[in-house]
Design a protein around this ligand. Sequence first.
Ligand SMILES: Nc1nc2c(ncn2[C@@H]2O[C@H](COP(=O)(O)OP(=O)(O)OP(=O)(O)O)[C@@H](O)[C@H]2O)c(=O)[nH]1
Ligand SMILES: [Mg+2]
Length: 907
Amino acid sequence: MAAFLRKLYPAATSTPASDSDDDFNLDYSIALEYHGPPVAYDIPHAHPINIHEIPTASAVVSASLLSNSVPVIQPIVRTSQIGKTESKDMKLASVEVSPCSEMSTAESVDGGGAKSVSESVGSSCLLRISGKLSGSLEKVLEVHGDGKDGAGFQNYMNPSENWESTESGSSSRSLSSEVFSHKEEDCAGETPHHVKRPSIVTFRAPNSDDMVVEEVYSYSEEAESVPERPRVVRTGKKGSCYRCNKGNRFTEKEVCIVCGAKYCYNCVLKAMGSMPEGRKCVTCIGYGIDESRRRKLGKCSRMLKRLLFELEVAQVMKSEISCKVNQLPAQLVFVNGKALSQEELVRLQSCSNPPRKLKPGSYWYDNMSGFWGKEGHKPYQIISSQLSLGGHLKRNASNGNTNVQINGREITKKELLMLQLVGVPCEANLHYWVNADGSYQEEGMNLVKGKIWEKTGIKLVCALLSLPSPYDPTKPSADRNDIVLPNQFEEKKLNKLLLVGSDKSGTSTIFKQAKFLYKVPFSEEERQNIKSVIQTKLYSYLGILLEGRERFEEESLIEKKRRVIDQPGTSAGNAGLVEYTTIYSFDPKLKAFVDWLLKVEASGNLEVIFPAANQGYGQFVEDLWNDPAIQATYDRRNELEMLPRVATYFLARAVEISRMDYEPSDMDILYAEGISSSNSLMCMEFSFPKSEQDEPIYQHDPSLRFQLIRIHPSSLGENCKWLEMFEDVDIILFCVSLADYDELSVDSSGLVSMNKMMATKKIFENIVTHPLFDKKHCLLILNKFDLLEEKMEQRIPLSKCEWFSDFNPVISSNPASSSNNSNSPTLAHRAFQYIAMKFKRLFHSLTYRKLYVSLVTGLEPDSVEEALRYSREILKWVEEEPKCNLELSSTSIDVSSSSVLTGRNDH
Ligand SMILES: Nc1nc2c(ncn2[C@@H]2O[C@H](COP(=O)(O)OP(=O)(O)OP(=O)(O)O)[C@@H](O)[C@H]2O)c(=O)[nH]1
Ligand SMILES: [Mg+2]
């Protein structure tokens, strides 16, 4: 009975009716029947109480009450003074919480104070009620009860999931002793602090001998939705399986994404069970993942593929990515200096264009333009605008130092360059307002000056400068998958390869090969450009043929005349009787067209006159091509020096190609001289497909992205000044035509300037010594090896180029030993090695660094593929430089090798 009354009546506190201090000091709790002498005062009676009339705390959660400053209850930490916090001031508070406060009563009867509270630790809940109550100061109330009552009360006051998880979690967390170990000052603060004093709990994984050690942290209010993850201790030797202790560091293992425990093939399923939350030990289920492993989410290992069926693997990966507990904790994402709330994170991730691969960290966000980036860095993406998130955008958010601002943020150098390149005026101290559609206006002016995203070339410039351009919802993109499966992959760095080379060295051919190799389709515009290039070049090849025809005709006539004169009895005066036609004389009907074509060719305006779209000379070309004079000239094409090799390929199909409806095949595209008639920039993104020849480290990483940028030196401007646009490239691929050594370059005025190889050497020096490139790695692509082989067979000496004057290979008298014997390099190989060495020495003398070399025949896909993979290897080595011995692979040439330098073969 007494216990029941005690439950109902809060005796140690004032009764609602009491209004004097004296009354307050009285203890009205009735525990025993009184048998003593009569007392001089009225004994209070315990009136029957209707339990439903007792005020409950449920009203507190109502929004209306909250707005009226009704006290908010928060968990508090224990202080040694806590008993003393039960003060006389707690009148109103006691009314609010009375249903739960019966244990306080008991403790007060026992004498109360700190001692009894500390004894009840482990089964108590502490609550703070704060707020302005009847004009009084903040009230603090300590409530002690058994776990159930406490939980009931907590849920009354704050029925959120967080409370439930605190209560239903292990007692070591929610009610652990360290929660009560704060000092009084901590208690007085508004928000409880994170206690960084772990207690260790050990437990065994089911069916296992593993001793798993759980490190228990007390919680902060925001962080408690996902319990702190357990840590694991390996009992075996280093590298062994955490369950059976067998194996070593080379044994293939699967890793728990929570605690990092590694299990061998035999133990994975025993330790991880059915993996309802992905690859976690069964004891780690329900715990948040180790953030450093977030990028591994959804990436299946080979071991799992062997262990499970395909559908099971898919299910495990799906659960791993999408299950609630594995999601990014909002409080770890800071936007404009402020941690996000759960609601803000959901808003951010569910917007139409969310950040890709979001992970814990600090970001800045310009909600007017949608620019999004990592704190202190240039913009990384343009996400949906107008999202209400985090704090205010700061001027130094992206660490810009340009004195030009966009929406209050000082932009970075790259952004400034981008704006300048697309023609947005950017004087210092300019402040622009930029909207999501790219419309920009100066601060304080009500005039939209233009739209950044509609400027010509903006996409290319952004791609080159690694700046984001707006998301196009109509374009399907692989990245969109990340929206469905947030946080799936960590952003991989885009590796940039800058492909540059001298005139006609083969850079366009290599670029096109890369497009075919890595299945990057040619856009419609590119196809049209290539068609135009092919058709225009066809006319130029015809022009060369016509010039040749003229020469052959003249020579033929002279010969004819000579023969007439040489005939016995014929005088020189009779030479005029010679018939003026030869096999090189064409149908006079074609003369007008031919004259016109030659005139245009001589003016150098072919490219202007033959835009593919409106040329209609197909019939003329057909008639010309079928003319016996042209065919006879074509038969002697080897004598036409100006006619490039590929001309044969296209001229043989002149009629088909000159038609309006001609569509270039892949082969035509590859053989075309370039991609566009202008030497404009070209850029493509790709990743290396899995390959059998790949080293294991490169396998299973299709997310590694590469960007190949092809540029012609003529587009780099005076002193290569536009090279600064490529400041962030990772490697330079410098392309040299091996066939250039005996050729002469012709400048724009048609005058022979210098040996082509010497011209190439000059460009090479200019680029590798550019101040912005002084730490860039460089792969020398020695291209057109097939042509070098031909030239070597024709015994055209390397010394035709003055730089190669000391090439003195020992030429075997037995041709088999130099060309057919597989142990002995061919002359062409030796010439290649010699040229490579010359460049390596030059590079070393200029930069004190190592030059990598690759031997290529641009028209052969495998050879281009090998060179590009080699560049990837170099980047990988560079990443692991301290660990790796940077040895060259098959094309390795030692700078110190004198035999190579002279082209001599020591074998
Ligand atoms: N035989 C042979 N020809 C090649 C090779 N690589 C490229 N070519 C040809 O060489 C010519 C020039 O190649 P391009 O790829 O246009 O050279 P480029 O570096 O783009 O030259 P620019 O237009 O001056 O920039 C083309 O006709 C190609 O087909 C090769 O390895 N062997
Ligand atoms: Mg070209």
